[in-house]
Design a protein around this ligand. Structure first.
Ligand SMILES: *Cc1c(COP(=O)(O)O)cnc(C)c1O
Length: 259
């Protein structure tokens, strides 16, 4: 059987299920239908999987490595524009820890960098966007789980970065939201606390700097996105539940990597 056809069917089924689960969670939490966006995390999966998701109307994608993202989405762009030069192109967000020497490429290929975790990184993003005469959206990432290596370790330093944006020091950068990864645990209280911490921080920044258009809370992944929606997430980043486990993680009903 044709591998591409098979995985397209799996991805379509997974996407439909997750969209359903997101809207049930929205309803259960008394939130407006459509208030949570789905970011499909396609890391470690090829351009064919991205094209399969696109064919199901999924337009927003997250990647955590710049080089991988660049190669993959360049290939996606070429395939799409070969068929239709005016095709709608997917929106790419960088969600993984970003080193300064990767910033130039990151701002060239993405609409948004969700993983900003230092004022130095912010300055580099501003500098590169200035050179390219391009504006970019950013989210500031807070570390809320002990095991996570990325994100501001202190909310105070995250707030200082928000302040420098609010004071106009990064004219090419628009601060749209906050991001976090909950700790990897079965303890739902810990996960919930992590999401609440991020939500409170957003409220605090909104009251400190009311002119910033900071509306997004990027929180929730395959294992915990329903809790995140209950706690106010506006964007869930889901990878393995759409594209399949990366090696071992596939659970019943999910795509296996070899499918
Ligand atoms: C990989 C990744 C995700 C998606 O994780 P899944 O468990 O596969 O849904 C979300 N956010 C970040 C920052 C990631 O690196």
């Amino acid at each position: 059987m044709d591998t591409f056809t098979e995985s397209t069917a799996d991805i379509a089924r997974n996407l439909a299920r997750i969209r359903d689960e997101i809207s049930s969670a929205e309803k259960a939490a008394g939130r407006a239908e459509g208030s949570v966006r789905l970011c499909a995390v396609s890391k470690f999966h090829g351009a064919d999987k991205v094209l399969a998701a696109l064919s199901c109307g999924q337009m927003l994608f997250g990647e955590n490595r710049v080089q991988e993202a660049r190669d993959k989405f360049e290939s996606v762009r070429m395939t799409l524009t070969r068929e239709d030069p005016s095709a709608n192109l997917p929106e790419l967000h960088i969600i993984g820890h970003l080193q300064t020497n990767k910033v130039k490429k990151a701002v060239e290929i993405s609409r948004c960098i969700q993983s900003v975790d230092s004022v130095e990184l912010l300055r580099e993003i501003e500098k590169r966007c200035g050179q390219l005469e391009k504006s970019i959206d950013v989210f500031l990432e807070l570390r809320t789980g002990e095991d996570s290596k990325s994100g501001y370790a202190e909310s105070a330093s995250l707030i200082e970065s928000a302040r420098s944006i609010a004071e106009g020091l990064c004219p090419h950068v628009t601060l749209r939201g906050l991001m976090t990864m909950a700790p990897l645990t079965d303890d739902t209280d810990l996960i919930r606390n992590s999401f609440r911490t991020l939500r409170r921080l957003k409220d605090e920044i909104n009251s400190l700097f009311p002119d910033l258009p900071l509306t997004e809370l990027s929180m929730g992944m395959s294992a915990d996105f329903k809790i995140a929606v209950e706690e106010g997430s506006t964007m869930v980043r889901v990878g393995s539940a759409i594209f399949g486990g990366r090696g071992t993680a596939a659970s019943p009903g999910e795509v296996s990597v070899n499918a």
